[in-house]
Unconditional design. Sequence first.
Length: 53
Amino acid sequence: MRGMFSFIGTTILGSLGWAIGMYVGYGTAIVLSCIGSGFGMYYGRKLFDQWLG
């Protein structure tokens, strides 16, 4: 279950980073997507630990 929260957070924030970065270019989109994915993984797990862990 913790992995699912991590996956959902990674998907949402990674996609958001990509969408924002595409206004500048592909390189920026890739970098922001990676950063967003990292934050999504961290906060997805943190959310799970606080609510269900």
